[in-house]
Design a protein around this ligand. Structure first.
Ligand code: BES
Ligand code: MN
Ligand code: MN
Length: 456
């Protein structure tokens, strides 16, 4: 593929303009007022696939946001790669912290700044260009299918049913995904694990109305005080989660693998510096990478109630709320954990309040064995471009649909992502370095090359 670098060089301005077109559509899946943008974005994706050389690309309805499906089938006896990506993005708030407007992409210091620049428009888009190159230069030797969804950032609620209903259409030998990251720009990385997820909202109700905190304070339970106390009991002084049965199904990682993980380049000092924290915190007995890679976690994502406006209001609130997430690892079952937490949390509630736990969504963790042929094709592809064997990394993030693909379609995914921790995905000033973007487009075609050469 000697002309690949040249192809990228000759077309790079067009690539960026096309990506910017995708980014300019604020396809925020969590906000109903952006419903039209979801369709606009799906339409644009469909066009990208057709322009890239797909024989067919269609927008397919689901119970939620539409899915874009495209394909180029060369020969049924060839390997088939299914590319998965998501066209939806997270909300951009807080807007005032952005240096340039989130949906007006801009290149500064060699990075594309915009919501979705990395997650997952920038990364998903790389695949359309790698595909375009292979088709235009007649080097594609396998079948390619694209499945681009619009609900990943809200837990992919409609995709499991879509997969059940379209098993034949989605039939493939491997799923290729760029929605994860690398350790550093010069350290090729393939993600071998994703954490699972459980998400709840809890409601604590005390007196039937907000009360005067002087007349009633000290005599009536304050739901915020109670909620805060209940929450702090969920994790003990060793950083262990206290929900009974929580760790029952956690797979113990062997000492050998832990020793291998410890070899991945990582500087705790730089990590702390990048986050502006003096000290790290987590489960006793585990390193930082183990805490995010092979151990579950428990976090309050939001907490509210009472008076939070300007100035003071002496109120004893009637209600308190929290949004809670827990990251899971193999072989924890997200539904079992959802239930264990709900029962436990309700059981420790004092009689002075009423506690309700609502389970919002969740998903299983995922693991990719490094002896999977498609993993090895990804390894060779990275080696080709970066000149070094990629490091297998278990990521702390989640893409719940990846394990669902395995369950419903029976197909493994290879997670070859090009994001960096500094890309600030989900945060203000999300960005994607041009170098990562072009290296991604440069690497993906080699995956196809090596995977096509493998025996079916
Ligand atoms: N692309 C991310 C997940 C990710 C990022 C994994 C970097 C590994 C490295 C994905 O879009 C995401 O944000 N997932 C959510 C899932 C949730 C909304 C169901 C997450 O992890 O919070
Ligand atoms: Mn993503
Ligand atoms: Mn995301």
């Amino acid at each position: 593929m000697q002309d690949l670098k040249q192809y990228i060089e000759d077309n790079k301005d067009r690539f960026l303009e096309e990506l910017f077109g995708l980014i300019r559509i604020p396809s925020i899946s969590s906000k109903p007022e952006h419903k039209d943008d979801m369709y606009k974005c799906a339409e644009q994706w469909k066009q990208l696939l057709l322009d890239g050389g797909a024989d067919k690309a269609v927008i397919m309805e689901t119970e939620g946001n539409p899915v874009v499906y495209g394909e180029k089938i060369l020969d049924p006896s060839y390997q088939t790669v299914l590319v998965y990506a998501h066209y939806d993005v997270q909300p951009a708030e807080p807007l005032e912290l952005w240096k340039s407007p989130p949906f007006e992409p801009e290149v500064r210091d060699g990075k594309i700044y915009a919501r979705g620049a990395d997650d997952d428009k920038g990364q998903g888009f790389m695949h359309t260009k790698a595909f375009e190159y292979l088709v235009k230069t007649n080097q594609l030797k396998c079948n390619v299918k694209f499945l681009i969804e619009g609900e990943e950032e809200v837990g992919s609620p409609s995709l499991p049913k879509f997969c059940e209903d379209n098993k034949e259409l989605l039939k493939s030998d491997v799923i290729l995904v760029s929605d994860t990251g690398m350790i550093a720009p010069d350290v090729p990385t393939i993600t071998t694990g994703l954490r699972g997820l459980c998400f709840w909202e809890v409601e604590v109700t005390g007196p039937n109305r907000d009360l005067h905190s002087g007349l009633f304070g000290g005599a009536v339970a304050n739901p915020i005080n109670v909620l805060a106390k209940m929450i702090t009991q969920m994790v003990d002084e060793n950083g262990s989660i206290t929900v009974p049965g929580f760790y029952d199904d956690v797979i113990k990682v062997s000492d050998d693998e832990r020793a291998m993980m410890a070899k991945a380049p990582f500087s705790e000092e730089e990590y702390k510096k990048a986050l502006d924290v003096e000290e790290l915190a987590g489960e006793k007995g585990y390193s930082t990478n183990e805490r995010t890679g092979i151990r579950p976690s428990f976090d309050i994502c939001g907490i509210w109630g009472g008076y939070t406006g300007e100035g003071a209001k002496t109120v004893l609130p009637s209600e308190a709320y929290a949004k809670i997430s827990s990251r899971l690892v193999p072989d924890q079952d997200h539904l079992k954990i959802a239930d264990l937490f709900s029962k436990h949390f309700e059981s420790i509630a004092p009689k002075s309040v009423k506690v309700k736990v609502k389970h919002l969504h969740g998903g299983q963790a995922y693991g990719c064995p490094i002896d999977l042929p498609a993993y090895q094709a990804a390894e060779k592809a990275c080696e080709e471009v970066y000149g070094a064997r990629p490091v297998p990394v278990r990521s702390g993030g989640s893409i719940p649909i990846i394990s669902t693909f395995e369950q419903i379609l029976g197909v493994k995914s290879v997670l070859m992502g090009f994001g960096l921790e500094a890309d600030a995905i989900h945060s203000p000033n999300e960005n994607f370095p041009l170098e990562q973007f072009f290296n991604g487009i440069n690497t993906i075609p080699y995956f196809y090359k090596y995977f096509s050469e493998m025996e079916k």
